[in-house]
Design a protein around this ligand. Structure first.
Ligand code: SF4
Length: 313
């Protein structure tokens, strides 16, 4: 990566989608501490998906298509678009393989636009830890190591604090009335305003309290995941598996939400459906084509089954 000449003000664009939901507090705080102006892509809409579908390859997953739409939304509006490459956080802590090539893929797709991109690379198995990746990012942006290190440390602290708040808020949800339904889905799907939010809103309209599986004590979830699958190697999938073990005695059902076609989920969902007994499970696969009416009907039927089973219908 070419080193940038630090100038007065740099504007960096951050696409929502994929890892944004998980890491946005870390990224945003890091850039802000360094005094960089930020533009976040607009919330997902049908247009985001349509534009992303145009730029993505046919066989890619819905989440990647949405991500491409977010990149397109930022092209021409900032000095650099930030597209990280996150391969893994160590053994059995792999990210989806699509993230491995993400920065190269995006840069090549938009190479004719004249837009510049900036990236970082985390690959603990290859000796590049998160801290080193952020020091390198600071170097690319023209900041001395001491400034980049300070920004990383403060940003890490802030993102950990925000995640603790999320977990605390979720614990409070268990005190509310209504069936508790655990949502097993990547955050970039279930928290996406176009893809997943209609599902959580739909559940809330039915009097249900959605519990987000990926908002969980991550270390504990990784340990607990082994009770369902000792060999699963993807960190986010393991956290979701672990969340089932952690929340299983407090929930009335599970809704699995997958973006089509997902290599990881096709395997992990099968494991869940085979191994998790005694908890009703609804599988929803989003393909971006169908409207919400069909999903709504399936959520209603699922709730009827749960209420009937629990003697409340
Ligand atoms: S985990 Fe699935 S949905 Fe997410 S990027 Fe990978 S293939 Fe796509």
């Amino acid at each position: 990566m070419e080193l940038l000449k630090k100038k007065e003000k740099i504007t960096v664009g951050i696409p929502q989608g994929l890892n944004y939901n998980r890491f946005s507090d870390l990224w945003i705080t890091y850039f802000e501490i360094l005094g960089i102006d930020l533009i976040i892509s607009d919330n997902s809409t049908k247009k985001t998906l349509d534009e992303g579908t145009f730029y993505a390859t046919d066989d890619t997953c819905l989440s990647m298509k949405i991500f491409m739409g977010h990149v397109k939304n930022l092209v021409g509006k900032c000095d650099y678009i930030f597209v990280p490459r996150i391969a893994n956080f160590g053994l059995y802590e792999d990210m989806c393989t699509r993230y491995y090539a993400l920065s190269d893929l995006v840069e090549n797709t938009f190479k004719d636009s004249g837009q510049k991109f900036i990236s970082l690379s985390i690959d603990v198995k290859d000796g590049i830890k998160e801290k080193e990746a952020f020091l390198d990012l600071g170097k690319q942006l023209g900041f001395p190591k001491v400034e980049a290190l300070r920004a990383y440390k403060l940003a890490k602290k802030e993102s950990d604090k925000k995640f603790e708040e999320l977990k605390k808020n979720q614990r409070e949800l268990f005190k509310k009335d209504g069936e508790k339904i655990l949502i097993i889905s990547h955050r970039y799907i279930i928290e996406d305003p176009y893809l997943g939010v209609p599902i959580t809103k739909g559940l809330e309209n039915l009097g249900v309290v959605p519990i987000i599986g990926s908002i969980v004590d991550r270390k504990l979830a990784l340990r607990k995941s082994e009770e369902i699958s000792p060999t699963c190697k993807w960190i986010e999938s393991r956290e979701l598996l672990g969340s089932i073990e952690i929340y299983k005695d407090k929930i009335d059902g599970i809704v699995i939400v997958t973006a089509f076609p997902c290599n990881l989920d096709s395997m992990v969902n099968e494991i869940i459906n085979r191994k998790v007994k005694d908890i009703p499970i609804l599988n929803l696969v989003l393909d971006g084509q169908s409207g919400f009416a069909g999903v709504e009907t399936r959520l209603e039927s699922f709730l009827d089954i749960i209420r009937f089973k629990e003697g409340r219908l």
